[in-house]
Design a protein around this ligand. Structure first.
Ligand code: PLP
Length: 224
């Protein structure tokens, strides 16, 4: 995110600014100083949403202390998801933290019964299971290193990621690579829709799943 460009684009019509951090589909990351410095320059009547769907994958000492920032910026909304590190994607549940005035507005516009009771019960269970989230984050940390080593070994350029995926720049149209991987039984994510036709975003899986991707990529790209 080019935060200076965001600031320059603000006009009298601006109502909401949305920042995903770490960002999807690139995995790059804004520091707390960058976010704080940005919020200090945004008019207080503009809502800023900080989408932290991937925050659990960022090292604890690097994470933005976004809940503390809420004390300084009443126009801030922090959103989190239980679809990623917590593994509840199919249950469609997450949460936002904001000041009461904004929470009150959410309550007025949200649909009644927008979250089902199984999702709520699951959310409570996983949010009390720190060991699980730590295990997931640790697997991700280790395996992301293997992705970086793999890319370095074969001279593939990648975007350093603080999420649970890595985005590789193949320097050639990625759609045929995507198709070939699919035929090897490996599904990755084309991101041409984001203006990145030469990149693929690859989710970090378990070690054996990542091995399968590495082998498929060596075969498909004829890497030596
Ligand atoms: C996955 C994701 C979300 C959360 O989606 P859910 O509806 O909770 O599954 C939000 N923002 C970003 C950037 C994401 O990647």
């Amino acid at each position: 995110h080019d935060l200076d460009a965001f600031l320059a684009a603000i006009n009298e019509k601006t109502k909401l600014i949305y920042i995903a951090n770490p960002n999807n589909p690139t995995g790059n990351f804004l520091t707390e100083a960058e976010i704080d410095g940005f919020l200090a320059k945004v008019r207080s009547d503009i809502i800023v949403v900080l989408d932290e769907a991937y925050t659990e994958f960022t090292a604890a000492d690097e994470r933005v202390d976004s809940f503390t920032l809420l004390n300084k910026y009443p126009n801030l909304v922090v959103s989190r998801s239980l679809s990623k590190a917590y593994g509840l994607a199919g249950l469609r549940i997450g949460y936002a933290v904001s000041n009461p005035e904004i929470a009150n507005l959410f309550n007025r516009v949200r649909q009644p019964f927008n979250v089902n009771s199984l999702a709520l019960a699951s959310a409570i269970a996983v949010m009390n299971d720190d060991a699980f989230v730590q295990k997931v984050a640790e697997n991700n940390r280790q395996e992301l290193k293997r992705y970086e080593a793999f890319c370095q070994q074969y001279g593939l350029e990648y975007i350093p990621s603080k999420g649970n995926f890595i985005t590789i720049d193949f320097k050639q149209p990625a759609a045929p690579i995507y198709d070939a991987l699919l035929r090897e039984g490996v599904i990755v994510r084309p991101i041409a829709g984001y203006g990145m036709p030469n990149h693929l975003r690859i989710s970090v899986g378990l070690p054996e799943e990542n091995d399968r991707l590495f082998n498929a990529l060596v075969k498909v790209l004829n890497l030596k």
